[in-house]
Unconditional design. Structure first.
Ligand SMILES: Cc1ncc(COP(=O)(O)O)c(C=O)c1O
Length: 451
């Protein structure tokens, strides 16, 4: 390969060419392995990606749990393009633009009564940091600053920033990063394959695991705890559906002790479970709701943190010329993301996508659970349009079997996601029955070939 010519003031790049894969340090990727046999996507429409070698690849993961309305939406593309031409950027601090207010006003209509304000971010990780900071500051502002502890859960994923990995419960995401936030404790996770394997929907057993919060509150004294954060359905660690009654019990304990309940709905938000949000599905109202991903159909980075009126109002005191909350991002609610968010909401609403998962959930669960007898399958679980197939790990080589499934599926024209030895599935909400059949036929074929 020819050495590229330095352009302008760029330094010589010692062998790098435009198509060289080396420079990009890929996130959450086995870089060396990938670069030996890259898997490149070059186009997308509806339910399908197009690979660099020209194949159609059925998207069983909505990208990374974010392209809920399917790929290549013309209306979103137009909204983004028009917005860039009309107003590309407006300062986010001490200035505004109309579309972010419009988006906020429309989004809060999806929240439970009493949750009526939204703070914009650019990612799930930023939504997590923002939510945790709001929780801590809220208690401080209302004169209860001794509430400084945050409680998370094992196997929780709350993004990759310091607050998120502190309350998160994934060893690999935490171990290299020092002491993290102090004053954090963790409840046990709810995954119990001994009692709940092959559950359809919410597992029967494990509501009592919520009592971990009571135990932790007793240990530290409840008056020191600011908030507890959970994913209603833990996504990234393999679709862990909460046991029946578990979230209700968490809510009760929080109420008893004045602890804020934060739902991280970065994955479960925007129709994933067949209801607009997971709080609708489970009938449990949190105090703070964290979102990202589906808010713009994954097209432009954006996150949104929803809070109760009482929380917002608590900050709105003191001299009116003073900034009430010292937090925000250059791109909080930027015009292009706001335009994408509005067009995405239009698509969700006009096609009923935020509840479509409920119509497809039975066909989805049937297809998923039809794989039960295949080799190495030790558990299958589902909720709305999310599913997971857990495989027996190869002795001494954890993650290898599922990754082999991932590679074979991609070759067979199917994009799945694996985490550990678990295959996680979350297709765009536009999926048809024929595509559900294709997905599980293909995946079944792949599973049969695994060593
Ligand atoms: C529940 C949850 N919270 C937070 C995040 C972090 O989102 P992001 O990757 O946009 O920072 C994710 C990402 O998958 C997530 O699943």
């Amino acid at each position: 390969m020819a050495t590229s010519e330095p352009a302008g003031n760029a330094r010589p790049t010692s062998g790098l060419t435009a198509n060289n894969l080396e420079a990009f340090w890929m996130p959450f990727t086995a870089n060396r392995q990938f670069k030996q046999a890259p898997r490149l996507l070059v186009g997308a429409e509806g339910m399908y990606y197009r690979s660099a070698d020209g194949r159609q690849v059925l998207d069983a993961t909505s990208g990374l749990w974010c392209v809920n309305a399917g790929h290549g939406r013309q209306s979103i593309a137009d909204a983004v393009g028009n917005q860039i031409r009309e107003l590309d950027y407006a300062p986010a601090f001490q200035m505004g633009h109309p579309k972010v207010f419009e988006l906020a006003a429309r989004l809060v209509t999806y929240m439970p009564t009493g949750i009526d304000h939204v703070f914009f971010t650019n990612s799930g990780s930023e939504s997590v940091e923002t939510g945790l900071k709001i929780a801590l500051a809220y208690h401080g502002v209302r004169g209860d600053g001794s509430r400084f502890r945050l409680i998370g859960r094992e196997r929780g994923y709350h993004g990759v920033n310091f607050g998120g990995i502190s309350v998160g419960g994934i060893v690999g995401n935490r171990k290299h990063f020092g002491t993290l936030l102090t004053g954090v404790d963790h409840m046990r996770h709810t995954h119990d394959p001994t009692r709940n394997a092959f559950s359809r929907g919410e597992p029967e057993h494990g509501a009592e695991l919520a009592d971990d919060l009571e135990r932790i509150a007793t240990l530290h004294d409840p008056s020191t705890i600011a908030a507890v954060i959970v994913e209603p359905v833990a996504g990234s660690t393999g679709v862990l559906v909460p046991p029946k009654g578990y979230l209700q019990r968490l809510r009760e304990i929080c109420d008893r002790h004045g602890i804020l309940l934060i739902f991280d709905e970065v994955i479960t938000g925007f129709g994933r479970l067949g209801t607009p949000f997971a709080f609708d599905y489970f009938g449990v109202t949190p105090d703070i709701v964290l979102t990202a991903k589906g808010v713009t159909n994954g097209v432009v980075p954006m996150g949104a943190v929803f809070v109760k009126k009482e929380i917002y109002d608590t900050f709105m005191q003191g001299p009116e010329n003073m900034i009430e909350f010292f937090h925000g991002y250059t791109y909080s609610g930027n015009p292009v993301a706001s335009a994408a968010g509005l067009a995405t909401l239009d698509a969700y609403e006009s096609e009923g996508l935020l509840t479509r998962g409920a119509d497809m959930a039975d066909a989805w669960a049937d297809g998923l659970h039809s794989l039960k007898e295949l080799p190495h399958v030790v558990d299958i679980r589902n909720c709305g349009l999310v599913g997971a197939i857990e495989l027996e790990p190869i002795a001494g080589a954890p993650t290898k079997r599922a990754f082999a499934a991932f590679l074979a599926a991609f070759e067979a024209g199917l994009l799945i996601r694996t985490t550990g030895d678990i295959i996680a599935l979350s297709p765009p909400l536009i999926i048809q029955k024929s595509e559900i059949d294709l997905l599980f036929d293909t995946l079944g074929g792949v599973l049969k070939t695994l060593e």
